[in-house]
Design a protein around this ligand. Structure first.
Ligand code: C2E
Ligand code: MG
Ligand code: MG
Length: 802
């Protein structure tokens, strides 16, 4: 439409020029008018408001000059030409150029029409009423221009014309008024005081310079003030908040249509945007934008883009401001990132401190803190809090045999099971290697704790398949409840621990704390600490109990039985401290000490003419120690005792474990030439087939069967069958706990090889045994005749497959 209009108007005006008889104007007038019209469309100062700009121009004043110098038929095409030239020089879009040219031409035509009402005039014939009509013409031009621009902007932006018009009305009115006044002044001067026109350009130029200077200065002040508030506002610790503040202030600072902040961090970039970027389909909104990089000493942080709509480029000064602003934004961003990095690290450190790295369960510290809080709550609400301590049985063996990676895997697996087995609100912690703690707050009573303990244990015992093997893990659990069992975190913890040891001792799966059994357990805790010193101070003493050959009725050897000569508690039996030694990491030193004493004593018997054997008990854990065979060899060598005089007693459960390490250790021991005996036979779950595979030399029938065999047909059957089967496998049979003569005789009838028991000889200190041997009374309490060497084996032993 605008294009058609500009063309039509130009054609019409050219036609009019030809048709009219107006004399062609002077060339100087043409040139001045063209310059004036060029000036008319040149923006002197651009005031940006968002995507639009208002320009201060001399349009109305210069139009007055042109209309004064030329007939209107010349002014119209010249005006179109001038606007096009001015726009092309400023690099405006062609659409905008065409529109503005058309608008200017149409406005000028309207103004010319108004002037024509008072008849054609030349400067020299202007009357005061003509001045009024010129002023009216300029007003019409001004009104047209404002309305046309507002309409097009409103249509392009989809806003209401009235709103767009109202937005710039004050500015346009003041600039227009000044222009119209200037135009009228030029006309008046040209008519009545032409020489005065000469001073007009310098005065205008001066005014213009002052105005620009003032405007620039006030804009600078405004910039610095805004920068200052922006800097304050930017000073935040959160990156997102910094970004939002940066956008807000950039938009205000540069009167931008939109601003965009692209932030890159570790290769990823995030774009924040404020204000709407025009889409490509809106031709009136040709894009101009300015950009500044955000940098830190470490590299590029991102970029800040400021969209100026079609309102032109940023001035040099504005670019400086943008750079300064980008610098400030960069600094605050770096600070915010550092701060969040520090915070993240602190949070990670706190989480790591509060959680176990392997299983992700809580740490001991966190469990205790939560327990304390739970106790406070329970005090107010009157509820029960339960603390459960769980210790895995034989976990160490798994670790030793399958390796730590497998152990770790298993722990993770178990941790997950535990997590799934506890009620909501519970806290599970890993307290140490294979020890776990569970806090159950807000329970209705102790029964709920029992149910939870059962659930946890059954979750635990489901076999785990690991690299094709099915492993079954069992655990012992101690339970202590607030308020019944303890009032503080420490008390609960200690009592749950005691209960757990009770559970372990009794092979029960879990135990609630029982104050009646507390005393002995507290003793046990103290013993752990003391045992270490006991080994060093040599408080362990070895007693010896004779083993009698039932055929010849002679002593063939002694079993070494350890005792602890405790400084305050007196002589302690193995039942009171052997388990402690096994659990305290002293198991090797402990066994070596007993072995050394026993072998030394046996060597001494040999030197004094009694070639007896000695039997030494080993703990299950000793057989997991690959160094054991070497240690045994060294002890034998040190005391010069032939290996076949040493019998090592192991328990069924150890053999049962079927672990490679146990088989290796047993094979090495056999290669040394020492004999192996299965102690307490019948109490475990082993089969005779296993005995054959493991290739032991001797079976010791447990006391519980032997002592009852005269009264119970069942026990008798077991003893008889065991003797027969063991002999069938070529093994020697020892009966334990022979407390009476009839028992001894019955065993001899059944073909039992050896017997041991209070009736045949009490365990006695080494010195007592030496004296007895020296005096020919090897049993210590009754005469049995001269000691005989241990009888030769009954049959060939099965070979170990190696
Ligand atoms: P054990 O190897 O079965 O030892 C036999 C236990 O039965 C000894 O108890 C012995 O005093 C007792 N005893 C012997 N004859 C009779 C009898 O006729 N009637 C009754 N009622 N008991 C009899 P002790 O010395 O208290 O040892 C208990 C257990 O402690 C031993 O059972 C053994 O398993 C363990 N033990 C002893 N010394 C050591 C050691 O040096 N290392 C390890 N790891 N364990 C040991
Ligand atoms: Mg024994
Ligand atoms: Mg035994």
């Amino acid at each position: 439409v605008a294009g058609v209009a500009v063309v039509a108007v130009t054609l019409v005006s050219v036609a009019v020029v030809h048709a009219s008889s107006v004399t062609s104007p002077r060339t100087s007038h043409l040139v001045i008018a063209l310059l004036a019209l060029l000036l008319a469309d040149s923006a002197l100062v651009d005031i940006r408001t968002g995507a639009e700009a208002e320009s201060v121009t001399f349009a109305e004043a210069m139009l007055a000059v042109a209309l004064l110098l030329l007939p209107w038929s010349y002014v119209l095409p010249l005006a179109g030409l001038a606007v096009i030239v001015a726009h092309v020089l400023r690099g405006r879009s062609w659409l905008k150029t065409v529109f503005n040219a058309s608008s200017f031409v149409i406005g000028s035509a309207l103004a010319a029409l108004v002037m024509q009402t008072s008849g054609p005039t030349t400067v020299s014939t202007i009357s005061p009423s003509d001045v009024a009509s010129i002023a009216a013409a300029l007003v019409v031009f001004w009104a047209w221009n404002g309305a046309a621009t507002a309409t097009v902007v409103a249509l392009a932006a989809g806003r209401r014309i009235r709103d767009v018009y109202a937005a710039g009305v004050v500015f346009r009115t003041s600039v227009g008024a000044a222009n119209i006044a200037a135009g009228v002044a030029i006309v008046v001067m040209a008519r009545w005081a032409p020489p005065a026109l000469a001073v007009l350009p310098p005065i205008l130029a001066l005014l213009y310079a002052v105005y620009r200077g003032y405007l620039g200065a006030s804009r600078d002040v405004n910039y610095w003030r805004q920068l200052e508030t922006a800097t304050k506002d930017l000073n935040q610790l959160d990156e997102e908040a910094v970004a939002q503040a940066a956008l807000r202030h950039a938009k205000a600072l540069f009167q931008a249509a939109w601003v965009e902040l692209v932030l890159t961090d570790a290769g990823r970039s995030v774009t924040h945007r404020l204000g709407e970027q025009p889409s490509a389909g809106e031709p009136m909104m040709a894009e101009t934008c300015a950009m500044a990089h955000l940098t830190s000493p470490d590299g590029v942080l991102g970029a800040l883009r400021v969209g100026l709509g079609d309102t032109g480029k940023l001035s040099k000064r504005e670019i400086q401001v943008l750079t300064t602003y980008a610098g400030t934004v960069s600094t605050t961003l770096v600070n915010a990132r550092l701060h969040s990095a520090v915070q993240r690290q602190a949070a990670r450190a706190a989480h790591e401190a509060a959680h176990d790295a392997l299983t992700g369960l809580s740490s001991r510290g966190l469990l205790l803190t939560k327990t304390a809080a739970a106790l406070d709550d329970a005090q107010l609400s009157g509820t029960t809090v339960a603390l459960l301590l769980l210790d895995l049985d034989h976990f160490k063996e798994i670790n030793d045999t399958l390796g730590h990676a497998a152990g770790d895997e298993l722990l993770r697996n178990l941790a997950n099971r535990l997590r799934n087995a506890v009620p909501a609100g519970a806290t599970i912690a890993r307290l140490g290697g294979d020890e776990f703690g569970v806090l159950l707050p807000g329970l209705s009573g102790g029964i709920a704790a029992s149910i939870a303990a059962e659930n946890l244990l059954s979750a635990l015992t489901d076999p785990v398949t690991f690299e094709g093997m099915r492993l079954s893990i069992e655990g012992s659990m101690g339970v202590a409840c607030y308020p019944e069992d303890g009032g503080s975190v420490e008390e609960l913890l200690q009592r749950a621990d005691i209960a757990m040891y009770q559970a372990k001792d009794e092979r029960g799966h879990w135990r609630r704390y029982d104050p009646n059994r507390d005393a002995s357990n507290l003793d046990r805790l103290a013993l752990v600490a003391e045992l270490h010193a006991a080994i060093e101070r040599d408080e362990l003493v070895t007693y010896f109990q004779p083993q009698i050959d039932l055929l010849t009725d002679t002593v063939v050897g002694y079993e070494a039985l350890v005792r602890w000569q405790h400084p305050t508690r007196g002589l302690l039996a193995p039942s009171e401290f052997v388990a402690v030694a096994e659990q305290s990491g002293l198991v090797r030193q402990f066994a070596m000490r007993v072995l050394d004493r026993a072998v030394a004593e046996c060597a001494q018997w040999h030197r004094t003419g009694s070639p007896l054997s000695v039997a030494v008990n080993l703990s299950a854990r000793n057989l997991l120690d690959r160094q054991l065979p070497d240690d045994v060899h060294r002890v034998l060598a040190r005391h010069g005792l032939p290996a076949e005089n040493l019998v090592l007693e192991i328990t069924e459960t150890t053999m049962m474990s079927e672990l490679d390490v146990v088989e290796d250790v047993l094979a090495s021991l056999r290669r040394l030439g020492v004999e192996l005996s299965v102690d307490d036979f019948g109490t475990g779950y082993s089969s005779l087939a296993l005995l054959q595979r493991i290739s032991v030399n001797e079976v010791k029938i447990d006391r519980s069967f032997v002592s009852g065999m005269l009264g119970s047909a069942g026990d008798f059957a077991i003893v008889r069958a065991t003797i027969e089967l063991a002999h069938g496998l070529g093994l020697r049979v020892v009966a334990e706990g022979v407390e009476s003569g009839p028992l001894r005789d019955r065993l001899a009838d059944l073909g039992c090889d050896l017997a041991q028991g209070f009736h045949l000889g009490m365990p006695a200190p080494a010195a007592t045994v030496r004296t007895a041997l020296a005096t020919g009374d090897p049993v210590g309490n009754r005469s049995r005749g001269v000691p005989q060497p241990r009888r030769a084996r009954l049959a060939v032993l099965p070979q170990v497959a190696e």
